[in-house]
Structure formats: C-alpha cells, structure tokens
Design a protein around this ligand. Sequence first.
Ligand SMILES: [Zn+2]
Length: 123
Amino acid sequence: MTLRERRALRAAAQAELDHLETQIRSLTRSFDDIVAANEQANTDDEHDPEGTTIAWERSQVSALLRQARLDREAVLATLARIDTDESFGVCATCGQAIGHERLLALPATTRCVRCAARGSWET
Ligand SMILES: [Zn+2]
C-alpha cells in the first residue's frame, strides 16, 4: 500500500467516524426524547397501545445506537491500525489484499470482497 493510499484511507475512516459521531448524538437525543415522553405519559406498556408504540420505538432506537457504537469502535480500531499494523488492508480470511476501493468504501472491513460474499454476515 502506498503512502498516498494510506492517507486516503485515513481520511475515509475519519469521515466515517465523523458521520457515526453525528448519528450517535442524534440517536441519543431521540432515545432521551422517547424516555421523557414515556415518563410524561406514564403509560403501561402491557395495556396501553401508545405505550406499546413507545416501547417499540425505544427498542428500535436502542438497537440502532448499539450498532452505531459498534461501528464507531471498528472505525477507531481501523484508524489506530492504518499507520501501525503491517497486516492492515490484508484479508483476515484468505490473506490477499482487500483492495483500495473496497477499503475506501468500508474502512473498517477486515475481509476482501470474495470472502465477504461467502459469509453474508460480514461486510
Ligand atoms: Zn479474502
């Protein structure tokens, strides 16, 4: 990997991190709003249809928040690796180069496109 490619990847990972930070702030605000609305309504989730909706919204936002935080961890780990880890950019499964374009699009990916296609659970 060239110095120029490394620099481009660092910028892409940094942009992804900024995006995730914004998303996490917005989701945290939504979550707080839902909790506040729930407390204000003082609803019973079991019997009140409004309460059921609030509980569902809360679980949705909570799941999105959890995923965004995991993504942020992955991007932070990537930023730490870009300059220091010799194996950065190498597929964790097959050991081939992941490819610059793929890393630009998905900075935190640890697998090449062929290995990722084999296991759809991994991006
Ligand atoms: Zn691979």
